[in-house]
Design a protein. Structure first.
Length: 179
C-alpha cells in the first residue's frame, strides 16, 4: 500500500470490475487515496477497518479512522469479528456505539455483516447463531430496513451476486453474507 508495489493492481481491478477486500487497519490514508484515484473500484474494508488489539474503548479510535473513508462512495466496511473487539459479555453493549458510528457514516447499504467464524471462534466463545442475533436482535439502533441491507443485501449488490426474490423482499430470510 505504501511503497507502490501494488500500483498496477488497482487500475486492473477497477477495469475488470473486481471488488477488493482488504484487511489493512494501518493504511486508511492510503486506501482513501486509492479510492479517490479509482472511483469505480469497490474497496471493502475487513473487520471494521480495525486491529484486533483495539478492544473496548480503543475501538473508538479505529472506527473514527475507518469512518473517514465513508466520504468515498466506493469504499465499504465489513462488520466482522465484532466479538473479538470487546471484553464485555455478549451482546457487547460497550462497543455497539462504535458499530453505530460506522453504520451512520457509511450507511447500511455499505456495511456488511459477517463473522469470520474461524478466527472468531478461536478467540471468543461467541457462536455463529449469537453473531447473527447480535445484529438482528441486540442492536436497537438498526431498523428492519438497515438489517436487510447489513445482513446480506448490501454485499450481494456490491458483489453483483444474484438474489432470490424472497431474499430481496424479506429481511427475515437470514444472512446472505456469511464469511
Amino acid at each position: 500500500m505504501k511503497d507502490g508495489t501494488a500500483d498496477w493492481f488497482w487500475p486492473a481491478a477497477e477495469r475488470l470490475s473486481i471488488p477488493v477486500m482488504l484487511n489493512a487497519p494501518y493504511t486508511h490514508k492510503e486506501i482513501g487515496e486509492v479510492a479517490e484515484r479509482h472511483p469505480r473500484l469497490r474497496i471493502i474494508m475487513d473487520h471494521l477497518g480495525a486491529r484486533t488489539t483495539q478492544k473496548d474503548d480503543l475501538l473508538k479510535i479505529a472506527t473514527e479512522s475507518t469512518a473517514t473513508l465513508a466520504k468515498h462512495p466506493n469504499v465499504y466496511v465489513k462488520l466482522t469479528l465484532v466479538p473479538v473487539f470487546s471484553t464485555a459479555p455478549y451482546p457487547y453493549k460497550n462497543i455497539q456505539p462504535y458499530i453505530r458510528h460506522l453504520v451512520e457514516a457509511f450507511g447500511p447499504k455499505r456495511c456488511f455483516w459477517g463473522t469470520d467464524a474461524s478466527a472468531m471462534l478461536e478467540r471468543t466463545s461467541c457462536c455463529y447463531d449469537n453473531c447473527v442475533k447480535l445484529f438482528t436482535e441486540h442492536m436497537d439502533f438498526l431498523s428492519a430496513g438497515d438489517k436487510e441491507w447489513i445482513m446480506g443485501r448490501g454485499l450481494a449488490e456490491c458483489l453483483d451476486w444474484p438474489q432470490s426474490s424472497e431474499a430481496r423482499g424479506n429481511s427475515r430470510a437470514g444472512p446472505l453474507a456469511a464469511e
